[in-house]
Design a binder for this molecule. Sequence first.
Ligand SMILES: [Zn+2]
Length: 273
Amino acid sequence: MRSREIISLLCISLILFLSACSLDEWTNQQENSEEKSSSEQKEAPAEEKQPQDKQDAKEEASYAYAQQLDEEVDKDGLTIIDNPNVKEVVVNKQRKLPVGYEPEELVIPDVPFPFEGDHPKKYLQPEAAEALEELFKGAENAGLELYAASGFRSYERQKSIYENNVKQRGQEEADKFSARPGTSEHQTGLAMDVTSPEMSFKLEQSFIETKEGKWLEDHAHEYGFVVRYLEGTKDITGYEYEPWHLRYVGKGLSTEIHESGGTLEEFFGFYEN
Ligand SMILES: [Zn+2]
């Protein structure tokens, strides 16, 4: 059966080929052409493999980089991130971005938002924005409705949010739920909070009980994102479970982190078990 299929495929190819070439040309080129097509078949996987190897090497370099940083500590005992311009950057309540840091480039991803206007929180770094568009297409194909609620947040904006919270609730209380300026991952332009009409566009833990929340938990990594604040990891990340907070780290790395079952802190060795 298999050999018959191959023979009929060869016949069809031959007819197509004959219709494209004159007989003389065919007689001269027959051998070369066959060699070429069989060598193309052999080479194709190798061509695909090369960029993957390069990608792996690049990612290995990034891991090494993340673990060999020469970083300063500020007067409050917080580490000041050495190079915030890498997509592996680990920002948390102990590791802050340099004062006033802003990503080199920010764009608005072409995805639905539950509000109108050119608001800074629509923005992401270009690579993350493109990946988010793919993720939203994937969700749409699965019959789901996602909305992007909050992306980039500037140092100044976080500063005023935090200071407001301190004024209203006191510093100790504010520190429990509000990030100090420089310590919000949203300042990297690599994080997006995502919600849905079923959630009335709110950001709440019950998101994980909706099909959108479940889909993100299972598929976000396929698009280069991780759910950053996992359930039961507050001691590690400093945050309660946030099934809505997606962080772009790049494809490949996202799958490795997802499969590790742990947090960014553990993955990069910023937290010892
Ligand atoms: Zn968030």
